[in-house]
Design a binder for this molecule. Structure first.
Ligand code: FES
Length: 96
């Protein structure tokens, strides 16, 4: 699991897969999920294998999640907000 190396002065609450979590204000969604132990963010469209954070700079698109009902949000390029509802992005059995 990722470990925070800086201090936290302000926190925000968000949910992931129905679990209420807390992280530092200003964290990206990807960082918030990493420090709370969540590595499985979506399933591959092709193989349905679990995918997660890889580049952390917006190029690989492995970190796509659903945020407040909006799919295909890059977790590494989105700042977590208080009350944000984040869900693992899944596709149907056919990969669609
Ligand atoms: S981790 Fe690569 S685009 Fe977000």
């Amino acid at each position: 699991m990722a470990k925070r190396i800086d201090g936290v002065s302000e926190t925000v609450s968000f949910s992931f897969e129905g679990q209420t979590l807390e992280t530092a204000k200003g964290d990206s969604v990807a960082a918030a999920l990493a420090v709370t132990g969540h590595r499985h963010l979506r399933n591959s469209v092709v193989s349905a294998e679990p995918r997660g954070i890889y580049c952390m700079m917006g190029t690989c698109f492995d970190c796509l999640v659903e945020v407040n009902g909006v799919p295909n949000v890059q977790a590494c390029r989105t700042t977590v907000q208080d009350g944000m509802v984040i869900c693992r992005q899944s596709y149907g059995e056919s990969g669609q």
